[in-house]
Every structure is written in structure tokens, then in C-alpha cells.
Design a binder for this molecule. Structure first.
Ligand code: CA
Length: 225
């Protein structure tokens, strides 16, 4: 899962990022309105943490852009002011949640998990597809009831497929989701190929089926047929 953190207090920005990276999220940072706006127009995120008070603009304006471009992205507003107007404004514009500073990182973590669960995981912590099940809380994968050891990237990749089952995923979309924004795409395509082979091998070894279809010239699709 990839998170964009928009926050102009650099210490807080770094603290949140370090905390979330430990929680196995891929993080991108933006310390200004301009940088955030640029990232939002180019890349897609699973979730965005949005500070309202930025030195070069208002976070609520960014929220409008996010909602225009990234309908499936969860948004949590993190705001210094406990301003009811900001809160109502943000929620009216489509933010999923609102957290007033200062807050505990563990509190932020539960809010993030709740938004991801609602938006990406059909309201559950355990995603299932026939014999494959992913526990998004413990970040574990089991096949036919047996826990299988996946690396972080293998886990991210399989989760991305399960969340987007029956959809064609281009290599570009996969790469952008699994790695940081500035990844060299050519290299990342090789990585995807390697990780996919490992995933297929591990699932097969546990007597699971290969649901990851290669669509030549298009990408991949996770589906039954
Ligand atoms: Ca601020």
C-alpha cells in the first residue's frame, strides 16, 4: 500500500514516514502544496495524509484535485487547528477521516488501517480468493490454510492483485504502486517479473492455483478464468 504524506512540518513529516515505513507501507513525501499537487497529477496512491495549513496553499484545494483525479484514494486530513469549518469542509469534499494535531502515531495508524479496510479490502482484515487468503493486519499470506512466507514486495504485489481482481493491470501501474514514485520503469519491469515468478512458485508449492494471467502487450490480470 502506497501513501502520500503532505505535511510542511518537516519533523512531523519524517516521523510519520519512518513510522509508516516500519509498518511496511511505501511512502512518498510532499512538504508543500506545489509538490503535492504535482505528485497527485502524476502518480496514484492508496491513501493520502493531508495537512490543511500549507505555506503555499490550502490543503482543501488539494483535496478537490485529489477527488477529481483519484477517486479510489483514501484521504485523512491532519490539521493543526481544531477548526470545525475545516473539518466539515474536508469531509464534505470527500475526505474519509480527520485527525487533529498533535496525535499519537498509533492513533494515526488505526485510522489509516480503518480507511484502507473500508476502501480497499471490502471492510475486512482478511481478503480471500478461493484457497488464497491475505491477512492485512498481520501481513501474512496463507494458501489452503497454510501460512506461506512472502517477502514484503511479494506480499505487496499479491495484495495489489487481489484488491484489483478481474482488472487488467499494466506493468506501469504495478510498478508505480509497489515502488517509490521515481523508480526506473525498465528495471522495475524486471523486478515485477522476478517477484511474480516467486509468487507463482510459492503458491504452486502449496498446491494453489495460478490466477495471475499474463496478457501479452497489456500486463497482468488476477482472475479465475
Ligand atoms: Ca501545516
Amino acid at each position: 500500500m502506497k501513501i502520500l504524506i503532505i505535511e510542511d512540518e518537516i519533523e512531523l513529516l519524517i516521523a510519520i514516514s519512518n513510522f509508516l515505513i516500519k509498518g511496511a507501507y511505501v511512502c512518498e513525501l510532499a512538504e508543500s502544496f506545489a509538490k503535492a499537487d504535482e505528485k497527485i497529477s502524476i502518480y496514484e496512491y492508496d491513501l493520502i495524509l493531508l495537512d490543511i495549513g500549507l505555506p503555499d496553499g490550502n490543503g482543501l484545494e488539494l483535496l478537490k484535485n485529489i477527488k477529481k483525479r483519484q477517486l479510489n484514494t483514501g484521504v485523512i486530513i491532519i490539521s493543526a487547528k481544531n477548526s470545525l469549518d475545516d473539518k466539515i469542509g474536508g469531509l464534505d469534499l470527500g475526505a474519509d477521516d480527520y485527525l487533529t494535531k498533535p496525535f499519537q502515531l498509533s492513533e494515526l495508524n488505526s485510522r489509516i488501517r480503518a480507511v484502507l479496510r473500508r476502501r480497499k479490502f471490502d471492510g475486512t482484515n482478511v481478503l480471500k480468493f478461493n484457497e488464497i487468503s491475505i491477512n492485512t493486519e498481520s501481513k501474512t499470506v496463507s494458501i489452503n490454510g497454510t501460512d506461506i512466507t512472502f517477502t514484503k514486495k511479494e506480499y505487496d504485489l499479491l495484495l495489489f492483485f487481489m484488491v484489483n481482481k478481474n482488472r487488467v493491470l499494466t506493468k506501469e501501474a504495478i510498478a508505480e504502486h509497489i515502488w517509490e514514485d521515481n523508480i526506473d520503469l525498465a528495471n522495475s519491469f524486471d523486478f515485477i517479473y522476478t517477484h511474480l515468478n516467486n509468487i507463482r512458485r510459492k503458491i504452486k508449492a502449496a498446491n494453489g492455483n495460478d490466477y495471475i494471467k499474463t496478457l501479452y502487450g497489456m500486463g497482468y490480470k488476477f482472475s479465475e478464468k
